[in-house]
Design a protein around this ligand. Structure first.
Ligand code: XIL
Length: 344
């Protein structure tokens, strides 16, 4: 077996191996973290700082201080740079939530998308143009965008992004879009955007997954269905929770406040060996499938560098200890890391 020293080298010929970066990582606040990021990953996404509330806090004010650092960091390290995200109902600036009618919304979208995409034209490789526009049943999610413009906002967003940078890859990104109903909704959405003259280059499957779901079959069917439309498939926010989710509990438990509950935080000190093994097996199964379809996959990005900084320690319940990534809280590679490396 060949000896390779990092994820990005092991998968160099297959697809980019990315990570989300926090603000402190973009600012290179911790040398150990920085060394790990440079060693293992060749693609980056900003975990938060490019979202609307951060880059466009007021109607006439943009703040690109951190996003400039993010792009410079990627360039300095010769990494693929992904932009996340232009149009999303969440993490909006408060003033955006108050946009009332179609005239105002059209003006907002034109200014917002054109300003941000033009600013990094030629420096960013792909954008999540629209994020999470669908409900689980594949219908369009209610949002300030849908309320003011109807479904036309989707086509408008992709057209504006392409006009600002004709060469950058444009993605529609969502979670659970490997499940059949939402996958159908995604396909319909993309077909409508294209029929209206918008360009869509790829679909982002966020891949906030669990040990037991989704099935490999659902994932494979999605890779095939999306790429049959000529779309690049990216896995954009991969992590695998090992903790129970509150919505798994039925009946009387539904309205319980689970914060601080031991039932919801079963591994506060360390992940037991048997679960560690299950996680390693799950990652191996998933990467095996990715390799099988490497010609259709552009990028696999983890949602965080290591367990200690994962958003899943605070979502959907605050203050838990989760173990969803390939590096542990001390930045050491886990069994899951070895299992992904051993496929090569
Ligand atoms: C999450 C970040 O990880 C958190 O730090 C933040 O508090 C909320 O957003 N789908 C997305 C990501 O597209 O932007 C989200 O990131 C996770 C779900």
């Amino acid at each position: 077996q060949k000896k390779v020293s990092s994820l990005k080298d092991a998968y160099k010929k297959d697809f980019y191996i990315g990570t989300a970066l926090s603000a402190s990582q973009i600012e290179e606040k911790n040398a150990k973290e920085d060394a790990l990021i440079r060693k293992e990953y060749n693609a980056i996404t900003a975990e938060n700082i490019m979202k609307s509330m951060f880059v466009h806090p007021q109607k006439d004010k943009y703040d690109f201080a951190l996003s400039d650092k993010f792009v410079a960091y990627g360039e300095k390290n010769k990494m693929f740079i992904h932009g996340h995200t232009l149009i999303w109902h969440s993490q909006l600036a408060p003033w955006m939530e108050k946009i009332k009618d179609s005239t105002e919304m059209k003006a907002f979208m034109k200014d917002h998308i054109t300003t941000i995409v033009s600013k990094y034209k030629g420096r960013i490789g792909s954008w999540d143009v629209v994020n999470e526009a669908l409900n689980e049943d594949g219908t369009l999610r209610k949002s300030v965008f849908l309320n003011t413009l109807g479904e036309q906002y989707l086509t408008d967003a992709f057209k504006l992004a392409a006009a600002a940078d004709p060469k950058v890859d444009l993605y529609y990104n969502d979670y659970n879009n490997e499940a059949a109903a939402k996958r159908e909704g995604t396909i319909n959405l993309i077909k409508k955007v294209r029929a209206g003259g918008g360009k869509v280059d790829g679909v982002g499957i966020q891949a906030h997954w669990r040990l037991e779901s989704p099935s490999l079959q659902e994932i494979e069917e999605s890779i095939l269905a999306y790429s049959a439309l000529g779309l690049k498939v990216a896995f954009t926010e991969l992590d695998i929770t090992v903790l129970p989710n509150p919505w798994d509990l039925k009946g009387a438990d539904v309205n319980q406040n689970f914060e601080g509950s031991a039932k919801m935080n079963p591994y506060p000190e360390k992940l037991p060996d048997d679960v560690q093994d299950k996680l390693a097996q799950r990652y191996a199964d998933i990467f095996k499938l990715f390799l099988k379809h490497k010609d259709k996959i552009s990028r696999v990005t983890f949602w965080g560098v290591y367990d200690g900084q994962s958003w899943l320690n605070d979502w959907p319940i605050k203050g838990r200890t989760n173990y969803p990534l390939l590096f542990d809280a001390q930045l050491q590679p886990k069994k899951a890391y070895d299992s992904v490396m051993q496929l090569k």
